[in-house]
Design a protein around this ligand. Sequence first.
Ligand code: SF4
Length: 978
Amino acid sequence: MPHASLALNTPTGDEVKTTTCYMCACRCGIRVHLKDGRVRYIDGNPRHPVNRGVICAKGSSGIKQHYSPARLSKPLLRVGERGAGEFREIEWDEALALAAKWLGDIRARNPDELAFFTGRDQSQALTGWWAQQFGTINYAAHGGFCSVNMAAAGMYSFGGSFWEFGEPDWDLTRYLMLWGVAEDHDSNPIKLGLGKLKARGAKIVAINPVRTGYGAIADEWVPINPGTDGLLAGALIHELLRADRIDLDYLVRYTNAHHLVIRDPGAADDGLVARDAEGNALCAARSNLRHPGAGWGPATSGSAEQAHGSRLRGDDGEEHEIVRASDVGIAPMVVGEFTLPDGRKAVPSFQLLAERFLCDDYAPAAVSERCGVSVETIRRLARELAETAFDQAITLDQPWTDAHGRHHETMLGRPVAMHAMRGISAHANGFHTCRTLHVLQMLLGAIDTPGSFRYQPPYPKPAPPPNRPGKSRKDNGALDGGPLGYVQSPADLLVDAEGRPRRLDKAYSWEYPLAAHGLMHSVIRNAWAGDPYRIDTLFMFMANMGWNSSMNTSETRAMLCDRDAASGEYRIPHIIYSDAYLSETVAFADLVLPDTTYLERHDCISMLDRPISDADCAADAIRQPVIAPDREVRPFQDVLIDLGARIGLPGLVNEDGTAKYPRGFAQYMVEHERAPGVGMLAGWRGDDGTKSGFGEPNPAQIQRYVEHGCVWEARVPDSARYYKMANRDYLAWARSLGFLGSTEPIVLQLYCETLQRFRLAAQGHGPQQPPERERERVERYFDPLPIWYEKVSSCGSVRAVQNGTADPCADLSESARYPLSAITQRPMFMYHSWGSQNAWLRQITARNFLYLNPQTAAAHGVADRDWIWLVSPLGRIRVQARLHEATAPGTLWTWNAIGKRKSAWKLDADAPENVDGFLLNHLIDERLPASTDPHAYANADPVTGQAAWFDLRVRIERDPEPHQDGHRIELRPARTSG
Ligand code: SF4
């Protein structure tokens, strides 16, 4: 057809509305084109700060998500057996009255009998607050089975984290290391950033057992064995320390490298930071500042004049002073042993770190085989990091003033950036692995400097943040704090007088003390087992726990349906579930509350939750309904507010008992104040909409967001763009917007004193101590410096690198019986399970294979497209293999959540997802392997409780008919029958 005859300018629709995408977690700005009241087209909003007009395959396929045949259309009440999927449709009044009855009875009796767990909903600022008003401690969101290790390790180490709390300096980085990065998360922003790096010729190194997605465009792929990233990072630290290629000035200015750690084995203060009477950390500093020092001698903390302290002679014969570590004008020591004024001995934390990582256990030759990375490669990577950080340092002509008042004419940058995701996080050693990466960044001086990793406001926060999890109920029944938070010491744990867990998921107990996001993956098992207690109602939102979000999926489904032998009642008496789609989990609910699609509701991407800021700009956003629902569905947030009013929750009713937000979430977004002047949205506050951060509620606030493409931004001042943790202008700016409570500098935690407090408790010190069963486990894992261990055993022991002790519980034949690692990934074009029912996205992939390196295949006699058996201690599944050069030998992998359960998602019975697609979760134990103890530990990180999805070990068995199609599952007898 001649071009002239094409009607190129025909409008796509008769109306265009802006909102925020929800096809993944990036929250790009989109324009939705409507025609005749239907969505016709979705494209990127060119004026939106996240994506600047870019749209990805997922985002543009939102139209098929919106019109999915799998959408729920009316509240459902179960009429058949649980799991059978037999429901009758009911009216909303009946549904809400029933839910309010169940919830109201619980609240009157014992609020903790409600377990309220949500998936990747991005509404935690509301759902967590609602749980607090209800008074249950049993609330969490999806982070525990996603990447809490990354979040917790970051927050306890430097008050930030990879991904949603920070980003590489895309404009200035010259060397980017991607560690275990999932491609469905951080989609458009990272693609835009990687494009900048490629255009500039910056080097990208992908460290991952599998080379797909972003790894495919990396300049170097380092195939690593799953779960050994921390060991590789430790070896890089070893090499940097050995070569004396570290940034000592950065360390003493911004970290606690020079803080003195008390060395008094067996004493109650052993391993704690030495402090003065006011609680200020102390350090040793050379008395004579005219001796600049060399190597690991004194670094300089600045040029100001005043330092105060007591003058003593050190064990090295040198005269030094014990002074406040935050004093300026001192030359702090980072090695040596010093005597405190009261006679106690202490060493700088850096010395302890150096002792840890200079040990031969972290030498490249010692870790190479276990990591699957050659000695030469490890040494070269360390060299490249140092050369880029130090020999290619950047200096920006940007004056700034630090938090101590020292003026600097320029900003020094270390153009080495790191980015990491679930690949390093979803192991039982993930917390310490993430901490090791952050220590590596600190040693390079590469946190929030030009060219390095950068915080995104409202981060940094103090490390750790001061908000502790709520523990007790007030007179009105509400918890005294949000149900999630950061514990600082054993006194903050949620345990009873005997040290037993108070939460159903055992978060914040001695089993998982730093469980900042809860353990959603343990909730169903614990509720079923009554461990630590039975509950009445499990209330879930958008979490596909009946399928791909659970470990040991088949048995989890059985638990949901299991009845008490004596009473004949379900062991979990009530299950309420809210979802927009007919996911696998719907069949297990007693009451289904149908949610809208993301195009039909208001949402709030809040500063109180996970905003959309980048490093130069604080930003939050909303979703607005661009189309009215054509079904009897309601936004979950509206339903939650309605239910709260019906049961009279504080904050949701007026004094006369009437509903406070009768117009639902949109009204709550505008009128609710978390603290005076602080609400869900930071933009256009105050009566006239001129205030940012703080300000009275503004009735026109949502309208102002809509006028601005549903997004609000506040630019970080030029002088505040870097060194945010100690930049006077940034700290003042962040405080003015309510991001920080003070302008005190944030000290990066090379040495984590919080962990030592737990270790001391395990050693018998302090009023709160772990039960005997937990002592060894807590003492081992709560090391204030990063450690690496291969596995966690059923008795809680650890085989750690630095002490070489054997795991007394390890089944030594296990690694021989299950010699291969099996992991999953999500594809770039799908997000969690939502994408694989989308008519457009299914055309890219509608089934999954098991991918393995040709070497691995040859060793097991497997040919391309053979059907084989994949075996774990839980059973075996029959899957089709594909050979894949870009997979590390010894690793097997597949796309997660492509395989579906028949009858879910409205897919045809013979859909590839149902017939050939498979789920690896059937083989992943939700408890530690080989355990027969009904109170066994979860298959999780012992520090945070993060689900250890990627610790799965398997073996391959050949099938006698490898060319005969057919996926099958053969599992061992269920434990739920016992
Ligand atoms: S990257 Fe995510 S949020 Fe952005 S358009 Fe794609 S799916 Fe939507």
